[in-house]
Write a protein of this length. Sequence first.
Length: 612
Amino acid sequence: NYLGNDELMRRQIDPGALKTAYDYIVVGGGQSGLVIANRLSEDPTKSVLVVEYGTFDDNPGQLEPSSGTKYPAKDLFNVTSVPQPGIGNRTSTVYAASVVGGGSTINGMFFERGSAEDYDNWEKLGNDGWGFTGLLPYFKKSTRFNTPIDPVVVAYGNITWDPRVYGTDGPIQVTYPPWVWPGTKIQFKAFNEVGVPTQFEGAAGKSYNAFWVPTNVDPTGRRSYARNQYFDPAKSRPNLSLLVNYRVNEVLFSRAKHAHSVRIQARGTPNGAPTITVSANTEIVLCAGWLHTPHILQRSGIGPKALLTAAGIPIISDLPGVGSNLQDHGPAFIQFTYKTDVFPNPTSAQTNATFAAWVQQEWTQHRKGPLSVPTGNNAGTIPLTTMNPTGYQAIVAKALAQTPATYLPKTYTAEQLAGFVEQRKILAASYRSPTNGIFEIPFSGSASTALCLEKPMSRGTVTLQTSDRYAEPSIDFNTNINPVDVDLTISAARFYRTWMAAPSMQQLGPAELSPGTNLTTDAQLSTWVSSSMSSSTAHSCCTAAMMPQNLGGVVSPDLLVYGVTRLSVGDISVIPLIPATHTCSTVYAIAEKAADLIKARAEASAGDTIQR
Ligand SMILES: Cc1cc2nc3c(=O)[nH]c(=O)nc-3n(C[C@H](O)[C@H](O)[C@H](O)COP(=O)(O)OP(=O)(O)OC[C@H]3O[C@@H](n4cnc5c(N)ncnc54)[C@H](O)[C@@H]3O)c2cc1C
């Protein structure tokens, strides 16, 4: 076979069994694609084809909590960013899944939701129905909260939750694993002492300050994700087909700009190899993720005019925003050690053989203990007003006084600049808000962590290579290109020191390793930021933003691509402003809502035919 790899050749349907037309074609069988395919194929009269570049990862280890910190290279696209001047010209790791189930198959299972203001900000950008109230039914529809299996751990950790903000019968199972490191309790207390109260339930629109974050595992502790909860239960439906190991090259349009087909090509075959064209009678839904949804749009003639012209691609819709507005939560690694840490702590298994043996036994015999936790269950998502009460006004003033074009990609058009100014107004309000986090400090007993910039001002790009449109696109996060982002990170580092200096924390004997106590001035800390920050926590998004077209948007609030018909986007690309949270649960909500929107418009236009 063409790849010399039997496993890669296994596919749900053989290309020979492809029909010439389906009602719906979903491009990308990742996290959002499988949600949408499941919901659209609930109607047995509608046929759905999913085309996925990757294949199945059937490794049982991928279901175990330990998989949450090991990302198999075979399930990721092999791409790197261009050098980033804001972080000392280093390149950054790029996270884009290439496997059935997408990011949900390999991610850290840290199942967090943004605060209400994160989603209300989307609504303020012209997207009615996308505020927290509009999305809550979809957060619920996609989830099922299972009472944690170990009441002793719940009582010990004082883990709190409100089942009313989750579903009771949704596909994705959510719970708290049976383990808490004792140091976590001290860290909560120390947060409380420095003005960060503990929330009862972050997922109720209150994921700011300090709170518990559940894990998306079933009661046996196994990964609950798009493949086993949305695809497997639906895969025997005769009207649902998944074709793996195929790349969607382009969407094809009629003269009237109706999207009617996709051109697909077997993975691993060279440019110019045979392709297959498959038609969609009703709608084509792009779910190829933040990296490839804009790439496919650009290849299909939807994107910035100058770029498409340079690549020799005929323009179907001149949308400068396609591939712009890239955002992520750039992490800066701050290192402390606890000289008098409590026992046990996250390093105990490395130093104490008896404890290490107990950890193994607890897991193999009861599926409990430290190995039941993929990445941790606690976040401190701190408002800027708390991190920097005396300096936040100056940071906001600096942000608002900037000439926007100074720090934005040079390709930005007048519409995009106007869109950024709208985003900046909203960001400024978030920076001033005591109910929205600007930095996330994940914690679960460890002294060191990544300070994650939740609301950056810098904007990056995903750009097709004009010399080879099928090569991986150029990725430029532009991390820290806006000096306000550096100021925010300095505020976070100083606040981390304040937290470490809290009275309760002293029993752990915190000692600073990096930045190092000798670095105190803004200039010194700014050098540290540049050397310790990277571009991505695997939350890349926003590259086909849902915003008005005259503000550089790519899709409308009903997720339809501007300038054409019957083409929509249902993945993480549509987010206009990155929320202050890990993105997985938000992607489920977006995809569930997308499916409802797609069904509703199909019903409303039943009987229409595509003009070829
Ligand atoms: C390593 C990693 C760790 C993460 N950890 C967490 C976490 O702990 N908590 C959390 O909340 N979030 C986490 N995330 C983020 C979250 O998983 C993602 O935001 C989410 O899965 C994105 O979903 P999506 O549907 O937009 O894209 P994806 O799930 O990436 O799906 C896109 C799919 O499209 C396919 N595709 C691409 N191009 C083509 C093409 N041309 N033709 C056909 N198919 C194509 C890809 O192969 C992929 O399967 C993590 C992500 C990663 C990658």
